[in-house]
Design a protein around this ligand. Structure first.
Ligand code: BGC
Length: 355
């Protein structure tokens, strides 16, 4: 999508759509031609080193695509060349540490790191501090102690509790609208199975806890049939669900999933087994997740605004690279945290049930 000079406010519009536009939020892309400082005027290119914990994660790939769009739009708007060095760490922290070293050796102005092991961010931070290169972490949250080590560290994500409460709300609303959709056997209780992400990921624990708590708080009668860790992965979720369908025949009415890929895995297993009538909810609003909701294969998901997510990462990174004051462009909590907005996406007609 081309963005002409007149469309410079695209980034700000994205933030505005996200409902976070105070006077504070403009977005670096929106600041075309606004770099008046001598230091800024001198720079005609910036280099950003990006390391992803894995390259095959659907959600992370959605963010990567948005980041690439941000860089292109920024170049068109400002005439400043953006070099994005994007690496995938293949789930190996050691590999990621080497990528960080290489980025610093390449003279990157700023790093955007999606940590493999969020509890081991200190090695990345050590290298960044030694090279005086600011870091924008995203999606996998370093521990607070690490985040407090340097004032050039930032973190962008979605609030795990908010995702979970919204996911719970999808079920609560659907149950209130039509109880039989979720209580298929009419015994007055929703029997559910739970698919969880990596046990070390902050989102898994919080999403599981608050999703269930939201149902309890709303007085929805629930009973846990089973649950398991599928590490965010569609294939692992599919294998677990396949097993559960055999182990608990006609018992599961709802599958609550910590993310969309696992929800899709559960649906894959149901489709393979020829089972219908089990409702599935996810979180993320990935491209295939949204398609599944649209077609009625998934009851609903909580969709994070990927454009605003990537824009926040890019805005901080570009500001840092140009020596700008980040606080002027984006409202951060405690000067370093940004939570991206998210919303419920729900299937309206109950065609899935009637398939
Ligand atoms: C997303 C998952 C993703 C994981 C990767 C979570 O916040 O919901 O889809 O696999 O982050 O770290």
């Amino acid at each position: 999508m081309k963005r002409g000079k007149k469309d410079r406010t695209g980034a700000a519009a994205a933030f505005r759509r996200a409902g976070i536009l105070g006077a504070a939020v403009l977005g670096a892309c929106a600041l075309a031609g606004g770099c008046k400082g001598a230091e800024e005027a001198a720079k005609d290119s910036i280099r950003i080193g990006i390391s992803l914990y894995r390259g095959d994660d659907t959600f992370i790939n959605n963010i990567r695509q948005e980041l690439e769009k941000c860089a292109k739009a920024y170049e068109q708007d400002t005439g400043i060349k953006v070099h994005l060095d994007i690496e995938e760490a293949k789930g190996n922290q050691y590999t990621q540490n080497n990528q960080v070293e290489r980025f610093i050796a390449l003279d990157c102005d700023v790093l955007c790191i999606n940590p493999v092991d969020r509890t081991a961010a200190s090695a990345v931070i050590d290298k960044a501090m030694a090279g005086n290169v600011p870091v924008v972490f995203f999606n996998r949250q370093p521990v607070e102690e690490d985040m407090n080590r340097w004032d050039e560290l930032y973190y962008v994500a979605v609030s795990a509790k908010e995702s979970a409460v919204l996911q719970g709300q999808i079920v609560v609303d659907s149950y209130r609208e039509e109880p039989s959709l979720l209580d298929a056997d009419g015994d007055g209780v929703i029997s559910y199975a739970l698919l969880e992400g990596e046990s070390s990921h902050q989102d898994s624990l919080i999403r599981t806890e608050w999703s269930i708590q939201t149902l309890k708080d709303a007085g929805v009668p629930i009973e846990r049939i089973t649950g398991g860790i599928a590490n965010w992965e569609r294939s692992q979720a599919s294998a677990l669900m396949e097993q559960w369908l055999v182990q608990y025949p006609d018992m599961i009415e709802l599958v609550i999933c910590n993310n969309d890929d696992m929800a899709l895995g559960a649906i894959d297993a149901m489709e393979r087994a020829g089972v219908s009538g089990i409702q599935v909810v996810g979180i993320d609003g990935t491209t295939p997740g949204l398609q599944a909701v649209e077609s009625g294969r998934m009851m609903g998901t909580v969709s994070s605004d990927k454009e605003a997510y990537a824009q926040a990462i890019f805005t901080i990174a570009a500001d840092k690279a140009l020596g700008r004051n980040v606080a002027e462009d984006i409202a951060l909590e405690d000067g370093k945290y940004y939570n991206c907005p998210q919303k419920i996406v729900k299937y309206i007609k109950n065609s899935y049930k009637n398939e």
